[in-house]
Ligand binder design. Structure first.
Ligand code: NAP
Length: 407
């Protein structure tokens, strides 16, 4: 049990683009409730400016720099939960994870950096499990809708049909949003690390790259890398940029839960781009844009051009773009007898920031407040394995997500 701490939650990275949105969310959603939280970062003046711009002058400020272990330890000891938006996580996050485990502080973040998660799992899973600490990566658009969507759908199918689906396909039907400089910096850092250490590609291309070491592998293949027509969704489908993270997280959840859906459970993700000639053309364009973003090697002209075009750290989609954003994800499930059912996950606001800031905020509150309703587990976890039904309820009641099952 976590002893009495000064704060329920410390939000580290509150001066950044996404951190500021999470701070605004806590202020609006938990204004009249007894949530003890603080804004943290490395720069007092910047934090004060953000705090005053969001009319949160009563919110305490905590200073902690990723390079200063003592400041991290002081921070992690004073909170039940650290909620961090300081990225790239591979550059700035490792000492924080270690400090949280050392001081028995639960943790959630927004990382999508698979190579870093692998390192953290290998280094800390046993220790975090033994210490009873819950470290939860990927509490944003990657990978909450996928991970919680599969968790939700499988429970509904089990209740309705008495079995679990043996294959689930997530298809992005529609989404609208933009990218922040912090996300681009994190993506660039993955490619930079991979260009220096080729073993990282092995992790990125291994469908089971986040599974427990030596755990049995299933039948999943690497993520879709081409454009093809799919009967089931009656649409052309194209690679989805987040699939490389989400599919691994869903498979880790399955492994950590003891393989309830069976050893041959399969999961994949793709984007639906519509039917006919225009669907195919849109698919090819989607694949092309993704290819360009991934192909820009550090120092290359292509990388210099994308660096110029995409936002700098601290920048991202404006309020109107966030408010007008949304996502609609379809889930196609095949049961052991070959019959099919569908599910759907939707979110209001843009996926990457408007919705992500609410998903992360609710993950932090869930870890801080709902421990009794969460699964009794610890270690390097995923959203569904760490928080299960308690988080599902919060996402639907507070964070603008909906989960549907269609028989
Ligand atoms: N999974 C998802 O769906 C999702 C969605 C959105 C974002 N993200 C991830 O979230 C992270 C943040 O994105 P963002 O756009 O908010 O980035 P950002 O605007 O660049 O913010 C980064 C934050 O990190 C802080 N920081 C940098 N170096 C630090 C250090 N040495 N010590 C302490 N704090 C430090 C910055 O503080 P200063 O203000 O002092 O510079 C700032 O508060 C990225 O890794 C991004 O990929 C993921």
């Amino acid at each position: 049990m976590v002893s009495e701490r000064e704060y329920d939650i410390i939000l580290w990275g509150a001066s950044g683009f996404t951190g500021r949105l999470v701070a605004e969310y806590f202020l609006s959603q938990y204004k009249d409730q007894d949530l003890k939280w603080a804004m943290a970062g490395r720069n007092q003046q910047k934090l004060e400016e953000v705090r005053s711009s969001i009319s949160g002058d009563h919110i305490p400020i905590v200073i902690a720099d990723s390079m200063d272990s003592a400041s991290l330890d002081a921070m992690t000891q004073s909170a039940k939960v650290i909620c961090t938006t300081v990225g790239p996580y591979a550059k700035f996050g490792s000492k924080l994870v270690a400090s949280c485990i050392a001081h028995k502080t639960d943790y959630c973040d927004l990382t999508g950096e698979v190579q870093w998660m692998r390192r953290m799992i290998d280094k800390h899973h046993a220790e975090a499990t033994a210490s009873g600490v819950r470290i939860v990566h990927t509490c944003g658009f990657d990978s909450v809708p996928s991970d919680m969507g599969v968790y939700f759908l499988q429970q509904e199918i089990k209740k309705d049909k008495g079995v679990y689906a043996e294959h689930v396909k997530m298809r992005v039907k529609a989404m609208k949003g933009g990218m922040s400089g912090g996300t681009y910096a994190s993506l660039s850092n993955v490619m930079e690390e991979a260009s220096k250490d080729k073993s990282i590609y092995k992790i990125l291309f291994d469908p089971y790259g986040l599974n427990p070491t030596d755990s049995p592998k299933g039948e999943d293949k690497p993520d879709l890398a081409k454009v093809l027509y799919e009967e089931e969704s009656k649409s052309w489908i194209a690679p989805f940029i987040m699939a490389g993270i989400n599919t691994k997280v869903v498979r880790r959840s399955h492994a950590l839960s003891g393989y309830p859906y069976g050893a041959s459970f399969k999961y994949d993700e793709a984007m639906m781009t519509g039917g006919g000639f225009s669907g195919r053309a849109k698919g090819l364009m989607t694949a092309g844009v993704m290819g360009i973003m991934m192909a820009g090697k550090p120092g290359s002209l292509l990388k210099k051009v994308t660096d110029k075009v995409l936002p700098d750290p601290g920048e991202g989609p404006n309020k109107q773009e966030r408010e007008n954003g949304f996502y609609n994800l379809k889930l196609f499930a095949t049961l052991p007898d070959g019959s099919q059912v569908q599910g759907r996950v939707t979110g209001d606001k843009d996926p990457g920031y408007g919705s992500t800031s609410k998903m992360l905020g609710e993950a932090a509150v869930c870890l801080a407040r709902d421990k009794d309703q969460c699964p009794d587990v610890a270690g390097m976890l995923t959203p569904s394995t760490a928080m299960g039904d308690a988080y599902l309820a919060r996402l639907q009641n507070h964070a603008g997500l909906s989960f549907n099952y269609f028989k």
